[in-house]
Design a protein around this ligand. Structure first.
Ligand code: SF4
Ligand code: SF4
Ligand code: FES
Length: 671
C-alpha cells in the first residue's frame, strides 16, 4: 500500500495525509462538514450524486471534483465552500427536491444547500413517497461488496432509470442479508422476513451489518481470506517457522513458495464469484480450483472441480515434504472424494515417512512403496489403496496411534522413538501447526477433549505471531477462556473466521490479553445470541454456558474410559526436538533457552546432553501449564472435574458425581 505523505491545504488549513486518501476523508479529518448523499463509510465511493463537489487547484488549474472518490495524489489547494460550489450543490438539491419532495434526507440536504423552491423542478416524475428510491446506488454496491452478489441493479435510462432485480422478478439468489436495506438512506428497501421468530431481529441485523462491513473493508488489508481463503496462512506460517515440515521436525522450507497462496491464486483458484460454506456469508473464504485434470486414480484424465486447497491441506503436504502444487490439489480432491480428512492423512503419512527414513519400516512393510519425504506419487498410491481397502493403505487408514502401537510391538527397540514422533493425542492426529515452540499451543491442542484438531489452533497466533499471551499466567488464562469461548460459539453455529481472522482496525487499543479476545467481535456474537433468544449475555454467563457442555463432554469421556491424565500428555515432538537434526536446525534458540531459562552454559555440553536438558525443562513447563489449566477449569490434578465445580455449574447430578469419583479413585490408584 502507498504510504507516501502529502501536504495540502483545505480552506487555507494545511494538512498532511497518506497519498491516495480520498479528498472527502481529508476534509472530514479536519472536521469540515459537507453534504453527501451516495457516499457510505463502508462502501467504495462512486461519485454518483455529485453533492460532495469541492474546488481543487492542481498545478494552477482549477476544477470541481467529487470529493468522495477523488484520490489525493499530489499537493493541491482545496475549497469546500465558494459561490461556484454553492450554486452547483444548490442546483442539484433543487432537482432532488423537485423529484423527491417528501424524502427526509433530501429535505435536509435542500435546507443545507439553501434550495427552497420545491416546485422549480416539480414534474409528473415527482414521487411523493417519503421512502422513495433516490437512485443513489448504495444498495447495489452493498450487495456487490458485502455479499459479492449482483442481485439488484439499475435498469432503464434517463427518466426511466429504476432499481430492480433481474427481469423484475424476485431473485432466488438473494440471501436476505439486508445489507442493501442497511445502507439505504431513504428506507426504500423494506425487510419483511422474520423466518425464525428472533426476539430482536433489528439487533441481529445491526451487528450482522457491522460484520459485513468489516469483512469487506478490512479483510483485504489483513488476511485476504476473501481473495485466497485460508491458503494465506501458508506463507505466514513459513515466515514464523511454524509450518509443519517432515513430520513437524521443521517449521520452514525453501520450497514453500511453490505451494503458497500466491501460486494458488495466480494459477489455480477460480476467482470472482461467491464461494461460501453457507449462502450469504460475506467472508466467502472457501476457494476452488475449476477444470483440474487428474493424473492418477479412478478419475485419471477427468477434469474436475476441487474444493480447496485450504491451509491445512497445504500444511499436510509440506509435512510430507511434498511441495508440488499439482500434487496438493490432486491429494485434496481424492481425500475429499474418498471421505478422508486431508489433515489426518497428511499427519499419518508424514509419520510413516519418518519411520521409513529412520529404518523402522522398509519396503517389505509397505508392499514395495518407497515412502521417503517428498514421495508425492507414492502418497497418492497409498491413498488409492486405502480407498479400496488394499495393501499398505489399509494400515495407513488406521492412523498414527494404531501404527505406533503396532510397530512398537513388532520392533520394541524403536518404541520410544515412535512414541516421540507419532503426532497424535486421544487417537486423533495433530493438525497442521508446528507447536513445539508455543507452550500455549502445545496445551491448547493436547488438552482439547476431542484431540489436537484445528479448531484449537488459534493460540499459536496469539502466542507466536501476535505475542499477546507472553507470561505463564496469560497462557493459563488463555487455556481457560479460549477453549470455552470456542465451544460456545461453535454451539451457536458461529464461525471462527469472522471472530478473529479479521479484527477491528482499532483492536490494538486494548491491552494484549484483551486484544486477543477481540472484544468487539465477542460482543457481536453475544448480540446475535441476544437477538435470537432475548437473553442478554456477559462473559461470565457465556463461559458458564460453555463450561457446562465442556464438563459434560469430559464426564462422558471418563465414563467411556477415555480422557485420562495420560491422554493429556503430548508426544515429545509436539514439545521439543526429538532428533539431533531438529536441535541443530534451531540450535541458536535451544542454546539460548539453556542459557537464559534453564541456567546452563551450552558450550560445555554434548548435543545429547543439551537435548536431554531441554526436554526435561520443556516437559516440566508443559506439566505446569497443564496443572494451571486444570485448576482454572475447576478440575483436580488428574484433570477430573471436582464435585464443587459441578455444583457451581448446576450439573451435580448423582450419576455424574459417581462417574467423576470413580475416575478420581482410579487416577489416584494408578498415578
Ligand atoms: S438482501 Fe443481500 S443479497 Fe439480497 S439484494 Fe440485498 S444485499 Fe443483495
Ligand atoms: S433503494 Fe435506497 S440505496 Fe438503493 S438506490 Fe434507492 S435510495 Fe439508494
Ligand atoms: S457523496 Fe460524493 S458523489 Fe455522492
Amino acid at each position: 500500500m502507498e504510504t507516501k505523505k502529502i501536504t495540502l491545504t483545505i480552506n487555507d488549513i494545511e494538512t498532511t495525509i497518506v497519498k491516495g486518501t480520498t479528498l472527502l476523508s481529508a476534509i472530514n479529518k479536519l472536521n469540515i462538514d459537507i453534504p453527501t448523499l451516495c457516499h457510505h463509510k463502508d462502501l467504495t465511493p462512486s461519485g454518483n450524486c455529485r453533492l460532495c463537489v469541492c474546488e481543487i487547484e492542481n498545478n494552477g488549474k482549477k476544477e470541481l471534483v467529487t470529493s468522495c472518490n477523488y484520490p489525493i495524489m499530489n499537493s493541491i489547494k482545496v475549497e469546500t465552500e465558494n459561490e461556484k460550489i454553492k450554486k452547483h450543490r444548490q442546483n442539484l438539491a433543487l432537482m432532488y427536491l423537485g423529484r423527491y419532495p417528501n424524502v427526509p434526507i433530501i429535505q435536509e440536504i435542500a435546507r443545507r444547500c439553501e434550495a427552497f423552491d420545491s416546485d422549480l423542478y416539480k414534474s409528473e416524475l415527482s414521487e411523493t413517497s417519503a421512502k422513495a428510491c433516490i437512485l443513489c446506488g448504495r444498495c447495489i454496491r452493498a450487495c456487490e461488496e458485502f455479499i459479492q452478489e449482483k442481485i439488484i441493479s439499475f435498469a432503464g435510462r434517463g427518466i426511466n432509470r429504476h432499481l430492480t432485480m433481474p427481469f423484475s422478478e424476485v431473485d432466488p439468489h438473494c440471501v436476505g442479508c439486508t445489507s442493501c436495506a442497511y445502507v439505504c438512506p431513504t428506507g426504500a428497501i423494506q425487510i419483511v422476513d422474520q423466518m425464525n421468530n428472533p426476539a430482536n431481529p433489528e439487533l441481529i441485523r445491526n451487528h450482522g451489518m457491522k460484520v459485513n462491513a468489516e469483512m469487506a473493508n478490512l479483510d483485504p488489508y489483513q488476511c485476504r481470506m476473501r481473495e485466497v481463503g485460508t491458503a494465506n496462512i501458508v506463507e505466514v506460517m513459513d515466515k514464523y517457522d511454524l509450518l509443519p515440515v517432515h513430520n513437524y521436525k521443521f517449521g520452514q522450507h525453501v520450497d514453500t513458495p511453490k505451494i503458497d497462496s500466491k501460486v494458488m491464486k495466480k494459477h489455480y483458484f477460480t476467482q470472482g464469484h461467491p464461494d461460501q460454506c453457507w449462502h450469504g456469508c460475506s467472508m466467502a473464504c472457501a476457494k476452488a480450483v475449476d477444470g483440474f485434470k487428474l493424473k492418477t486414480g479412478p478419475y485419471k484424465g477427468h477434469k474436475v472441480c476441487v474444493d480447496g486447497p485450504e491451509y491445512e491441506t497445504a500444511g499436510g503436504c509440506s509435512n510430507m515434504g511434498c511441495f508440488d502444487i499439482e500434487f496438493v490439489i490432486e491429494f485434496n480432491f481424492y481425500c475429499d472424494t474418498y471421505g478422508i480428512d486431508t489433515i489426518s492423512m497428511g499427519t499419518t503419512m508424514a509419520f510413516v515417512m519418518e519411520a521409513f527414513e529412520a529404518g523402522v519400516i522398509t519396503t517389505k512393510d509397505t508392499g514395495g512403496i518407497k515412502l521417503n519425504f517428498g514421495a508425492c506419487h507414492e502418497v497418492l498410491e497409498c491413498l488409492h489403496q486405502l480407498s479400496k481397502g488394499e495393501g499398505f493403505g489399509v494400515e495407513v487408514g488406521q492412523g498414527v496411534k494404531f501404527l505406533k502401537e503396532k510397530w512398537s510391538k513388532q520392533k520394541p527397540q524403536f518404541k520410544s522413538f515412535l512414541y516421540d514422533i507419532g503426532m497424535e493425542a486421544k487417537g486423533l492426529e495433530y493438525s497442521q501447526y508446528m507447536c513445539k515452540e508455543s507452550l500455549a499451543q502445545q496445551a491448547g491442542y493436547t488438552l482439547a477433549l476431542k484431540g489436537p484438531q484445528h479448531d484449537e489452533a488459534w493460540l499459536i497466533f496469539m502466542d507466536m505471531v501476535n505475542n499477546q499471551i507472553p507470561s505463564f499466567e496469560d497462557k493459563a488464562e488463555a487455556l481457560y477462556y479460549f477453549p470455552l469461548f470456542r465451544t460456545w460459539f461453535g454451539l451457536q453455529g458461529l464461525c471462527k473466521i469472522v471472530w478473529n481472522d479479521v479484527s477491528p482496525a482499532d483492536n490494538k487499543k486494548h491491552p494484549p490479553q484483551q486484544a486477543a479476545k477481540i472484544p468487539e467481535h465477542v460482543d457481536n456474537y453475544w448480540k446475535f445470541f441476544e437477538g435470537m433468544t432475548g437473553i442478554k449475555l456477559d462473559e461470565e454467563k457465556m463461559l458458564n454456558q460453555s463450561a457446562r457442555v465442556h464438563n459434560l463432554q469430559k464426564i462422558i469421556g471418563l465414563m467411556l474410559g477415555r480422557n485420562k491424565l495420560i491422554d493429556d500428555i503430548p508426544p515429545y515432538r509436539a514439545v521439543g526436538p526429538v532428533t539431533k537434526e531438529e536441535y541443530e536446525s534451531r540450535k541458536e534458540r535451544y542454546d539460548k533457552e539453556l542459557k537464559e531459562k534453564i541456567g546452563i552454559e551450552p558450550t560445555s555440553l554434548s548435543i545429547e546432553e543439551k537435548m536431554s536438558k531441554v526436554r526435561e525443562y520443556r516437559m516440566n513447563q508443559y506439566h505446569k501449564v497443564m496443572q494451571a489449566a486444570f485448576k482454572r477449569r475447576g478440575w483436580d490434578q488428574y484433570g477430573i472435574p471436582t464435585v464443587e465445580r459441578l455444583k457451581q455449574l448446576g450439573i451435580d447430578r448423582p450419576f455424574f458425581i459417581k462417574i467423576v469419583e470413580k475416575a478420581r479413585h482410579e487416577a489416584v490408584e494408578s498415578n
